[in-house]
Design a protein around this ligand. Structure first.
Ligand code: ADE
Length: 418
């Protein structure tokens, strides 16, 4: 059996069913897998991926393996691993997985080091923990790496900071910034799966509630839109003036968190930044306020501040809900220890949307291997995005128009005006 560290291989049958169920909704990735199986574009390539270990990721891993990759998969978050899926990947698909839901910080990084010690030529990250550890602790291995893919906004922010500091030593692809990724995964994926996680954790009725959304990037937009659709009064907090204006014109209340803190029933951070909800905000919240995070890292809510303010903490008053009782008796409920709620309390984004994200990952992997690229943060090539959009439309039974010759000429000329 392939090398692994998973919770329990006996969970494999359930995991296999979930992988196959997700595959039903991933037709574009399946099409790529069928071609990869025939053409073997990744033959013999050593690859390490640090992703949320879910049923959808399992189908990406199968696709990379079908293309010939020698793959090791580790978790990109200690709380997002689906243990049954991890077991099935090892047992049924012969893919090396090192990931256990709830693993501690030390084990999380041991797994990442195991992935790096696999000596990858290509890496894939969701949050840049693998690439940053590779640079910090294994500089001698950097020369083997032809390219790396990054899945999420937070990871891109870290990689661009590395590049600005001259610290980045390998070419990376900003998969998150592909339109086939963020327009759908960030907006509709995060939008829906964040609602799913909150409802599974709390049984919260959305209608009529005041929901505060911190951050109006693509993820925040998606979540705010869904909350509005379910009857909430949505308040957006932002630091970016254009986004704040956009939120206001999209019909949301916009105000500073210090004001929103007084009126919200539910607070959700989706900013990618640190300590967006902190002491001065907890101090103003109503009794029974619920606080959750859907950003990549568990830094958006200052949990130390909450711990310091509380006179009592009751863990797991419901699955994924901790109750903090403040000095004056007000209660604040923190969901999933401030970790990303959609993967900790639900199953992450639906397969149909991950189909496009992971199709983008698979095709960009092939591209990175074929091309010698300079050290930089690269965009996903437009032809990959076009192919994926057309393939997805086809699977949805949607046809679109083509430009006529006259239109092509018009669009490429400048002479014709008023
Ligand atoms: N990120 C968000 N949802 C996900 C999912 N279902 N699988 C992998 N990564 C994800």
């Amino acid at each position: 059996m392939v090398k692994h560290h998973v919770k329990d291989l006996n969970l494999a049958p359930q995991g296999k069913k979930r992988i196959e169920w997700a595959d039903n909704d991933m037709p574009v990735l399946r099409k790529i897998r069928e071609r990869f199986e025939k053409d073997q574009p990744l033959a013999g390539m050593r690859m390490s991926a640090c992703l949320h270990v879910t049923a959808e990721t399992a189908n990406l891993a199968r696709t990379l393996k079908a293309g010939g990759a020698d793959l090791v998969l580790v978790a990109s978050n200690p709380l997002s691993t689906q243990d049954d899926v991890a077991a099935s990947l090892v047992k049924d698909y012969d893919i090396s997985v090192f990931a256990i839901r709830g693993e501690d910080h030390k084990t999380y990084y041991e797994h990442i080091r195991t992935a790096i010690e696999h000596n990858p030529q290509i890496t894939m990250d969701d949050g840049a923990d693998l690439v940053s550890t590779l640079h910090a602790e294994y500089p001698d291995k950097l020369k083997n790496v032809k390219g790396s893919m990054e899945e999420t906004t937070t990871g891109i922010i870290r990689l661009r900071a590395m590049h600005r500091d001259g610290a980045l030593k390998i070419p990376v692809f900003a998969v998150n910034d592909a339109e086939t990724k963020y327009l759908f995964d960030n907006r509709y994926g995060t939008g829906q799966s964040t609602v799913d996680g909150i409802i599974r954790a709390t049984d919260f009725l959305v209608a009529g509630k005041k929901v505060v959304v911190a951050g109006y990037g693509w993820c925040g937009k998606g979540f705010a839109m869904r909350m509005k659709g379910m009857g909430a009064n949505v308040i957006v907090t932002e630091v970016h003036p254009i986004r704040a204006l956009e939120a206001a014109m999209d019909g949301f209340w916009v105000m500073p968190m210090s004001e929103a803190a007084k009126i919200g029933d539910l607070f959700v951070t989706i900013t990618g930044d640190i300590h967006v909800i902190r002491k001065e905000h907890f101090e103003r919240m109503k009794d029974g306020a619920i606080v959750a995070n859907s950003g990549h890292f568990n830094v958006e809510i200052n949990i130390d501040d909450l711990e310091a303010l509380a006179k009592e903490k009751h863990e797991n008053v419901r699955n994924n809900v901790d109750e903090y009782v403040l000095q004056d008796g007000r209660r604040i409920f923190l969901l999933a220890q401030g970790r990303l709620i959609n993967l900790a309390a639900a199953e992450g984004h639906p397969a149909s949307v991950m189909d496009m994200s992971f199709a983008t990952q698979a095709l960009t992997t092939e591209y990175a291997l074929k091309n010698d690229l300079p050290v930089a943060v690269h965009d996903v090539p437009a032809e990959i995005e076009n192919w994926i959009s057309l393939a997805k439309l086809e699977t949805m039974g949607i046809q679109i128009d083509e430009l006529t010759e006259e239109q092509k000429q018009y669009l490429s000329s400048w002479e014709m005006g008023t």
